[in-house]
Design a protein. Structure first.
Length: 153
């Protein structure tokens, strides 16, 4: 797996956190302070055409990607249950402040190579946090700390 500090958006380009609001078109969430995890954003990428943003944390060990929730997936719980049913990794569905969160435990897919992954929706934004270095519990701590620091124009 590629380091998470390489461009996770493929066609995206690197920008500053201060400039991301010009390109995103939606509220961009960033993590708060968490013991044991360096949550300062070190890299920011944007794909304006697809309305996608990615943030790199902790020297590239954690990546946060976000984009507007797709209309076909507006019901998070329904979408997460279907995802769990059709995938073979160890997947749980929990909650953050009463909202559903998809939790994928690391190294539990067929090849034992998947990263830890957490996905949730907040205010119409689909937020995905993944890491090959941190486990699902740590990513849940990051998810719980997420708050809007850069609002859309």
């Amino acid at each position: 797996m590629a380091r998470t500090d390489s461009n996770p958006l493929g066609a995206g380009r690197e920008v500053t956190l201060a400039d991301v609001r010009k390109f995103a078109g939606f509220p961009v969430l960033t993590p708060g302070s968490i013991a044991g995890i360096q949550t300062a954003v070190s890299k920011v990428w944007v794909n304006s055409k697809l309305h996608q943003v990615a943030l790199g944390l902790d020297h590239g060990q954690i990546t946060i990607m976000m984009w507007p929730v797709q209309p076909a997936h507006e019901n998070a719980l329904k979408y997460f249950r279907a995802f769990k049913q059709h995938n073979h990794a160890s997947i749980d569905i929990g909650n953050i402040n009463g909202a559903p969160v998809l939790i994928i435990k690391p190294h539990t897919d067929f090849y034992k190579t998947n990263p830890a992954w957490v996905e949730f929706y907040r205010d119409g934004v689909d937020v995905n946090i993944y890491s090959s270095s941190f486990g699902a519990r740590s990513l849940l701590r990051v998810a719980r700390s997420m708050h809007e620091t850069v609002s859309s124009p």
